[in-house]
Design a protein around this ligand. Structure first.
Ligand code: G6P
Length: 367
């Protein structure tokens, strides 16, 4: 049956608001409720023998992969390489025995990602896929199928598939860490507990929809927008910039907060809004210094942080968006919401076609 928009103006908006439900749905199939452990589908190879992971994806799925690299290396201490699919094969990557190649795709049909999968298969890698369409080519060709349960995604710009991918990837990282002996039962239960907090935290983030809509008119006139983030939230800065480009046609760049001084700082003036994604925590002070560098050049900051972070650094910002205070593990899921909504509302202000942006396709089946 055709998917309906219901009370929403756009599919993208509906899909953003579905995230608490579909992330919960996805988590349910990766968590054993009885003992709060991570449960992956049946695996026919030895996960504990995996020596290296190669992640390949495109677009928003690639940014989910970047977050996963932080998690897998931090939890499981397994080295991770990551590439965009269109670059991967042509650099003649080194694929040693004992490697796991992990492909992330909403559609399971993106031509470059599928070609990379086949390349890795031929090179003897074990193939794992995180896909939203369980009947897709990638799903069929995988040794390990890790489905996301986001339901059909209609909006061309990916939203709910992304947060579901993150949920699956966090579960995978924890499971790998356990099999590698890097994480004990109690730590695994902690990870699971934090993941189970995600749906409520996503709801709390969605509660700020009106505040974000009120900021959109400040972003809409911009020609360039800069997004900054650190650690696992750095890929979220890139995802925020991608969402804005895709649907509002405003040029945007995502940068690591600390790298700004090596280039993008030259762009900063009153006309370039800088969106800072910075949950409070050990590295918050460093981001505050980066914000001061922006402010000293007349830059206008939109700070996305929790109450603690906003209390410390919210003064003097063009606008602030409050997020719930969450465990760092789930921050990338939660901070996806404000960047999605900011792009969405900015596109609405500009009157662009949110669900069918110009020149873009939902699934890119040509290389
Ligand atoms: C297209 C879509 C994006 C998506 C990318 C990767 O560019 O417009 O939203 O992130 O393809 O698609 P996949 O289905 O492989 O995740």
């Amino acid at each position: 049956a055709a998917v309906e928009k219901g009370n929403y103006r756009h599919y993208m908006q509906k899909e953003i608001f579905e995230q608490p439900t579909v992330v919960a749905q996805t988590l349910r199939s990766y968590i054993r409720q009885s003992d709060n452990s991570v449960a992956l589908p049946q695996i026919d190879f030895d996960l504990s023998a995996i020596k290296r992971i190669t992640i390949v994806a495109c677009g928003t799925s690639y940014y989910a992969g970047m977050v996963a690299k932080y998690w897998i290396e931090q939890f499981a201490r397994v080295p991770v390489d990551i590439d965009v699919a269109s670059e991967f094969r042509y650099r003649n990557p080194v694929l040693e025995n004992g490697g796991l190649a992990l492909f992330i795709s909403q559609s399971g049909e993106t031509a470059d990602t599928l070609a990379a999968l086949r390349h890795c298969k031929q090179a003897g890698q074990t193939i794992a896929v995180v896909v939203n369409v369980p009947t897709s080519s990638m799903a069929r060709e995988a040794d390990l199928l890790l489905p996301t349960h986001a339901g059909p995604e209609i909006g061309v710009a990916s939203t709910k598939a992304f947060t579901c991918q993150l949920a699956v990837l966090a579960a995978l990282a924890a499971r790998l860490a356990v099999t590698k002996g890097q994480m004990d039962r109690t730590e695994e239960q902690d990870v699971v507990r934090h993941l189970l907090e995600a749906p409520a935290a996503l709801n709390a983030a969605l509660d700020h929809d009106d505040d974000i809509a009120a900021i959109a008119p400040l972003i809409a006139p911009a020609r360039d927008v800069l997004y900054l983030g650190r650690g696992p939230d750095y890929p979220l800065a890139m995802e925020g910039a991608l969402k804005l480009k895709e649907i509002s046609y405003i040029h945007a760049e995502g940068y690591a907060s600390g790298e700004m001084k090596h280039g993008p700082i030259a762009l900063i003036d009153e006309a370039v809004p800088v969106i800072v994604l910075a949950p409070s925590g050990p590295l918050f002070e460093k981001t505050v210094s980066n914000m001061e560098e922006v402010r000293a050049r007349g830059g206008q900051i939109v700070l996305i942080s929790d109450r603690e972070g906003l209390a410390e650094a919210g003064d003097g910002c063009l606008a602030t968006i409050e997020m719930p205070k969450v465990h760092p593990l789930i921050a990338p899921l939660v901070y996806a919401v404000p960047v999605q909504l900011l792009a969405y509302h900015t596109a609405c202000v500009k009157g662009t076609d949110v669900d069918q942006p110009r020149n873009l396709a939902k699934s890119v089946t040509v290389e």
